[in-house]
Design a protein around this ligand. Structure first.
Ligand code: SF4
Ligand code: SF4
Length: 527
């Protein structure tokens, strides 16, 4: 089979069909300690801190007030923007506050959160009488949208949008991403091991929404019995007889195989063109937890109220995976996992490569929070002062996006701030997935990712400023044009008035002249 020809035939049994991406790292996993115990329900904490802005930055408007009683599943915030998502109460209680707090996002950005004082009753809002399953792709997409489902693997892109956008395609292939490549994170593996049926059924609903019959579930080749469990479910449901092809494919455990672009390259040999999405190749990618959330929404009429979070790290006494309500404070989960709080040097959301350090532990988990990693001082990289780049090229060798990290650094550090930043854009800084592989290998200890994050946010700010300036310029020009046309209109009116007066005067003098001539002629006759 050609590397550039996409087919699912043979996947699942033979990894020789797989392609590979450039670069990447083989890292120690640190997953076993959290993945071995089965999934545990975290229960209901006293408060939930629910952020109402999703990762893509689109805020929803609260539809509840402070002091109001809410029931489980009740809508608390509805989207103002097509890329926003509905936010529901994860349990029953009373709205304690709607305030700006740190959130489980990059830099722990401060955003509006709804704090619920829970009542421990977990009382559901009345379910709609009509629980008929959706029949058409449009009905499925509406259900997914109403349930507030976002991608749960990282970016938090609203799930329904991918299916709304795909309408031009006849039959996209669905890729369910279970390749959790960062060290320590094991929530997807645990979910697949404990709830394979829900994942397969959720995948089938997503296939219906995409009007497709082909899906690949990608898992790492180092995870135990998960493939067997998923394969058994597929067999049990007689999917092949129904013409549905769901293959479970093991992919090499190389960081960052779970990245969208890298996984597509491994599975299909194809590359997503810069600035485009998998849809441009006829592919839709979802995380395994998203497939489970779709199952909950359609089969159980349950909005997205909970997710699996890995709570782990060298100072966590009982690392494991918890099914936790959205908004559960970090400190509640860390206490359950017997964390030695005094020994925590760094608390990270996500993994050690792409995760973000949090300033404190009174922050609620979000739909995209996959891991809480508590590390002591001896496990965190000592702050070694960085040295100048020696242009060794090691960063280039490991970059899975085929970028030139040292060249990007050169531009970002340039003296001509704006022009040099623009050069980093030309060298595709926005294609950087912030995987940290380049920083990891840099012998000069340069935290390269920080530079790329800075460049991206500066360029975004400059674009915003430029767009604002263009808008202001446009408004100015519109105003000038308006004033000019008013002026011309007035001038025209004045001219026409003057010409009328002149005409009137001319007519009068012409009449007087005629009368004078007549009078003169009469006088002449008399004499
Ligand atoms: S790895 Fe570090 S020192 Fe080597 S070229 Fe890249 S940035 Fe420079
Ligand atoms: S952080 Fe960006 S530049 Fe560095 S290796 Fe990853 S994708 Fe490449």
């Amino acid at each position: 089979m050609s590397r550039n020809t996409f087919t699912t035939d043979g996947f699942g049994t033979n990894t020789q069909h797989l392609s590979h991406f450039q670069g990447g790292l083989v890292l120690r996993h640190h997953k076993k300690m959290s993945c071995e115990p089965s999934l545990h329900h975290a229960g209901i904490p006293e408060v939930l801190i629910v952020a109402i802005r999703n990762n893509r930055g689109h805020v929803s408007s609260p539809v509840v007030k402070v002091g109001e009683k809410v029931l489980k599943g009740q809508l608390m915030a509805s989207p103002k923007h097509p890329f926003g998502t509905a936010v529901h109460a994860p349990t029953s209680g009373k709205i304690k506050a709607i305030t700006d707090l740190h959130t489980a996002k990059p830099e722990a950005v401060i955003q509006t959160c709804i704090t619920i004082q829970t009542d421990g009753k977990d009382q559901w809002i009345e379910q709609p009488k009509n629980t008929e399953k959706p029949q058409t792709p449009e009905q499925i997409i509406l259900k997914v949208k109403a349930a507030g489902i976002t991608g749960m693997g990282g970016a938090g892109f609203p799930t329904h949008i991918k299916y709304e956008l795909k309408s031009a395609l006849t039959e996209p292939t669905l890729i369910i991403n279970g390749a959790e490549c960062e060290p320590y994170i094991s929530c997807d593996e645990r979910l697949m091991a404990d709830q394979p049926n829900e994942i397969i059924l959720g995948t089938m609903w997503l296939l219906k929404a995409a009007m497709s019959k082909t899906a690949i579930i990608a898992i790492e080749d180092n995870i135990g019995g998960v493939k067997k469990k998923l394969d058994a479910e597929i067999k049990q449901l007689n999917l092949l007889e129904k013409g549905i092809h769901i293959s479970v494919v093991k992919v090499p455990t190389i960081y960052p195989t779970g990245g969208e672009k890298q996984l597509i390259k491994v599975l299909t040999g194809l590359e997503i063109p810069s600035g485009q999405s998998p849809l441009s190749l006829g592919l839709i990618m979802q995380n395994v937890a998203t497939a489970k959330a779709v199952y909950d929404a359609i089969e159980l009429q349950k909005p997205l109220l909970e997710r699996v979070v890995t709570v782990t790290g060298d100072v966590v006494g009982e690392p494991r995976n918890y099914m936790a309500l959205i908004g559960t404070p970090f400190n509640y989960l860390l206490s359950l996992a017997k964390c030695d709080f005094a020994a925590v040097d760094k608390l990270i959301i996500g993994g050690p490569m792409m995760g973000y350090a949090m300033p404190h532990d009174y922050i609620g988990i979000e739909k995209t929070t996959n891991c809480l990693l508590a590390l002591p001082a001896e496990s965190t990289k000592p702050e070694i002062e960085s040295m100048p780049c020696i242009r060794c090229g090691d960063c280039v060798k490991v970059c899975p996006q085929e970028l030139l990290p040292q060249q990007l650094l050169w531009y970002i550090n340039g003296n001509d701030h704006t022009n040099d930043l623009e050069k980093s854009r030309d060298h595709h800084v926005f294609d950087c997935i912030e995987c940290g592989a380049c920083s990891w290998v840099c012998p000069s200890h340069i935290n390269l990712v920080d530079f790329y994050r800075f460049a991206k946010s500066e360029l975004t700010y400059l674009d915003h400023k430029k767009a604002k300036a263009q808008l202001a310029q446009q408004r100015h020009e519109d105003r000038e044009n308006r004033l000019e046309s008013i002026k011309l209109e007035r001038q025209a009116k004045r001219r026409s008035k003057t010409s009328k007066l002149t005409n009137k005067k001319t007519a009068k003098s012409e009449i007087s002249a005629v009368l004078a001539r007549i009078k003169q002629q009469e006088n002449n006759k008399k004499t």
